[in-house]
Ligand binder design. Structure first.
Ligand code: EPZ
Length: 423
């Protein structure tokens, strides 16, 4: 296993290129199952999760080639030889459940392992299953697998989501493109990744309206054709690296970033004393004083403050002037970075879904452990301005969602290196 060592080293300066969105790519890739013609994705991120999704699709008989050093993915599924998504792949990455809707819509049957929970919560998939049942699928849960049938194909339906779910919206949206008749998704997720998926499906011949709002209408068609589509910029990687100059000082331009992807997050940064300015090539971020001010944060579905930036924002607020309260409303266990930040001298009280952070002048570097993807990067961010060395172990969590983090931060002046974890 690798670890990353980061040493507080003063202000940063330069540019960081932002990659294509992991969470868009993970739903765009299964869309290849909806058509027997080739789907080409450009601006794809080079991440272990993407490789896991490629392995899963290949296990079903699809072809996936990573071209141009992995930035282009050429997919095709002209004949699926297997309709079972095995537990040993699904357990590694919950987004595997996103092959269920497309496979069912295309071939009328699918067997997909239930993903099981993960570090940040139980993460059930009941809303995915209810949406597909509403479209006429029969689902049988046994031996940890969903056995789904839709002989004669899916039919359009009105699906009312009791709570906003990104994945369930994506599964239902993909399934509805080939269902007979019209489907309406109410209380649908509004994330940019959903808008990106809808745009790609429309290029493939799907008839979709309303993506980005909470009501999406899909008129089913008989078949979809191939397409070429650029993966949208990763708003979570963008927000993560916007925090680097906010924490360490200096000025950094995030190439490819746009304010519309991170509006709620940027608003919070401004309130904390960090300037975010649009440039012709991205977003430039600078901290206005020596310390940021405390702000309160509540995570919400898009367009609210993203849960995937909560851990990273906490790292900033650990050295803010004053006391901040962060409320995590999406997942039940998403404060595992708090005890690790406390090892660095942070003052944090966690009670249920609330974390109260009392800012300190400076954190001190320490050996810490990554527990999940976003927690791991928040520890690296904290290390950028901490006194001394911070050693983050188990960075395989990090590599799931961030391309070459040590290179991107090193290029703007951070003292950071990756090394093998001995033993
Ligand atoms: C997606 O997960 C993202 N993953 C997550 O990013 C992100 O945190 C999450 O959306 C929220 O924005 C991908 O896109 C691959 P949800 P997803 O369904 O779809 C509950 C990262 O760090 N729920 O919107 O699984 C669920 O337990 C990852 O990149 C049900 O109860 O999230 C949660 O409390 C982490 N039943 C809430 O809804 C269901 O059937 C939101 O989950 C589905 C979800």
């Amino acid at each position: 296993m690798d670890r990353i060592v980061v040493t507080g080293n003063g202000p940063l300066s330069g540019q960081i290129p932002i990659a294509g969105a992991k969470n868009a790519c993970l739903t765009l890739m299964p869309a290849t199952l909806l058509s027997d013609e080739p789907l080409t994705l450009t601006n794809a991120p080079r991440l272990s999760d993407i490789r896991t999704m490629s392995t899963l699709l290949q296990s079903l008989g699809a072809e996936v080639s990573a071209l141009n050093d992995g930035k282009v993915l050429a997919l095709s599924s002209h004949g699926l030889s297997n309709h079972t998504a095995d537990y040993d792949i699904v357990r590694k990455m919950r987004a595997s459940i996103l092959v269920l809707g497309p496979m069912l819509a295309r071939d009328g049957h699918a067997v997909v392992s239930l993903p099981g929970g993960c570090a940040i919560g139980a993460r059930p998939v009941d809303l995915h299953l209810r949406a597909l049942e509403a479209m006429g699928a029969t689902l049988d849960l046994r031996d940890g697998y969903v056995h789904a049938e839709a002989r004669g194909g899916l039919k359009g339906a009105v699906v009312d989501f009791p709570l906003v779910s990104v994945g369930a919206t994506e599964n239902a949206l993909m399934a509805a493109t080939l269902a007979k008749g019209m489907t309406v998704l109410n209380n649908a997720a509004r994330e940019p990744e959903i808008v990106d998926l809808a745009r790609c499906l429309r290029k493939m011949g799907a008839q979709i309206e309303g993506e980005g709002t909470s009501e999406i209408t899909i008129q089913g068609v008989d078949r979809l054709h191939g397409a070429t589509h650029p993966v949208v910029t990763d708003r979570i990687e963008l927000g993560t690296y916007m925090l680097a100059p906010a924490i360490a000082g200096g000025e950094v331009e995030l190439l490819g970033g746009t304010l519309s992807l991170v509006a709620a997050f940027a608003e919070k940064l401004e309130a904390a004393g960090v300037s975010v300015t649009e440039t012709p090539t991205g977003l430039t971020v600078t901290r206005r004083g020596d310390r940021v001010r405390a702000v309160d944060v509540v995570t919400e579905p898009f367009p609210g403050f993203p849960t995937d930036l909560q851990a990273q924002m906490m790292a900033l607020l650990c050295t803010a002037e004053g006391t901040s309260v962060l409320e995590e409303t999406i997942f039940e266990n998403r404060f595992m970075h708090a005890p690790e930040l406390m090892r660095m001298g942070a003052r944090i009280d966690v009670h249920g879904g609330h974390a109260t952070v009392t800012g300190v002048d400076r954190l001190r570097g320490a050996p810490v452990m990554a527990t999940d993807l976003r927690a791991s990067v928040s520890l690296i961010l904290a290390g950028l301005a901490a006194e001394g060395e911070t050693i983050v172990s188990r960075v395989y969590h990090l590599d799931r969602g961030y391309e070459r983090v040590e290179e991107k931060l090193g290029n703007v002046g951070a003292l950071i290196r990756r090394e093998r974890e001995d033993g």
